[in-house]
Design a binder for this molecule. Structure first.
Ligand code: PLP
Length: 402
């Protein structure tokens, strides 16, 4: 690769301090290039990335088919509005519908936006029978825009932003009896993550989704699954609900959907989708040809490289490693939760020093909910890099005091 010179990390940080709003806590490093499971900073240091793109880079950095598809599309047609038909959006919608439950797609650019669409669709659909309440789960995460934030039953994200949008009821996750108490003839929909991601990689009981499906069917409410984080291949199937026996009425997905290119989607069953009539909802950039080509290339890569099978292998290998570490330090590791390349390790202590210690050793990981180490590695992670990354995490965990 030709040498490209970059401003130093310090120079970029200084620029941010002057010109970029400080709403993110950032690591003091400017990243300039990525390839597979590695990423490089402006000083030329290489990092092993076990949390690539906050879950967006499910194929690793710069996956070749996605790069090629975007390059090709950029030179052909960058953007046209949704007042026209376009080939790539139709093809991507068909590909997603055929790999899920035969529904119809509305495209947007992010997870929050997909959930906004779902909440609006639920209310439009429910308005025929005076239903507007949306039931969501504690420790859930649905995004930062107002309806998605109101759906997010975590008070820390609401602080100082009130009032929230009315009409949301919160119930404990993985608790069918609490859901049963909450779902009534005012309920338009239940919105739930099949596995809670930001909430700590919380995997519900095997019958949970089926139980919610039955409650929704019995009481006339829609079941809407937020698969923004679980979606597109991460858990060993295209969508996490496919490990259960049910199908949802509505599903949202973003993050991994287009291999790292901004893209969100709401898929709605053909019974529900017509409630979103022309003029009722829109997204200017939603379903643009670049994102849709990237999405098609993501699906093509997952299929061509057998990556739906690879996710569970990676998850199991991490589990085996962490089980060993737990046997060594049982006072530090409370629980290990994995489903494909969603990996959560709950510690008995603050997990942020583990993130910092790994960064010093040039391995990128995440912590959530204070005590949970979260890894969302790419489906293309090799066993060699997996083992190398685990050894670094283990070294840092061993230094912790319980
Ligand atoms: N829903 C879930 C389950 C998520 O994990 C996230 C982001 O972490 C969102 C929604 C919001 O997605 P975005 O940041 O793309 O708006």
């Amino acid at each position: 690769m030709a040498h490209v010179s970059h401003p130093s990390s310090a120079e970029t940080i200084e620029q941010f301090e002057r010109y970029v709003i400080g709403n993110y806590r950032r690591f003091p490093v400017s990243l300039v290039r990525g390839e597979g499971s590695h990423i490089w900073d402006a000083e030329g240091n290489r990092y092993l990335d076990l949390f690539p793109g906050w879950g967006c880079n499910v194929l690793g950095h710069c996956p070749p088919r996605v790069v090629e598809a975007v390059r090709d599309q950029v030179g052909t047609l960058i953007h046209v509005p949704n007042t026209w038909y376009m080939e790539a959006q139709g093809a991507f919608a068909q590909a997603l519908s055929e790999r899920s439950f035969g529904g119809q797609c509305f495209f947007c650019n992010s997870g929050a936006e997909a959930n906004e669409a779902a909440i609006k669709l639920a209310r439009l659909h429910g308005s025929k029978s005076n239903r507007s309440t949306i039931v969501t789960m504690t420790h859930g995460f649905h995004g930062r825009t107002y309806a998605a934030l109101s759906a997010t039953a975590q008070p820390k994200y609401h602080q100082g932003c009130g009032p929230m949008l009315p009409g949301f009821k919160y119930v404990p996750y993985n608790d069918l009896s609490a859901a049963s108490d909450a779902i009534d003839d005012q309920t338009a929909a239940v919105l739930v993550e099949p596995i809670q991601g930001e909430g700590g990689i919380n995997i519900p009981a095997p019958d949970y989704l089926a139980g919610l499906r039955k409650l929704c069917d019995d009481r006339g409410a829609l079941l809407m699954l937020d698969e923004v984080q679980t979606g597109l291949g991460r858990t060993g199937s295209w969508f996490a609900y496919q490990h259960s026996s049910i199908t949802p009425d509505v599903l949202t997905c973003a993050k991994a959907l287009a291999g790292g290119v901004a893209c969100g989607v709401m898929i709605a069953s053909t019974a529900v989708a017509p409630s979103l009539r022309p003029g009722m909802h829109a997204s200017t950039f939603g379903g643009n040809p670049i994102a849709c080509r990237a999405g098609l290339a993501t699906i093509e890569t997952i299929e061509a490289e057998g990556l739906l099978q690879r996710g569970p292998q990676i998850g199991e290998r991490f589990r085996t490693h962490f089980d060993r570490l737990r046997a060594e330090r049982p006072e530090l590791i409370r629980e290990i939760r994995t489903r494909g390349v969603m990996i959560g390790v709950e510690l008995s202590v603050d997990a942020s020093p583990v993130v910092a210690g790994c960064l010093e050793r040039r391995v990128l990981i995440n912590a959530t909910q204070g005590t949970v180490i979260r890894l969302l590695p790419s489906l293309t992670l090799s066993d060699e890099h997996l083992d190398e990354g685990f050894e670094v995490i283990a070294e840092v965990v061993r230094e912790l005091r319980s």
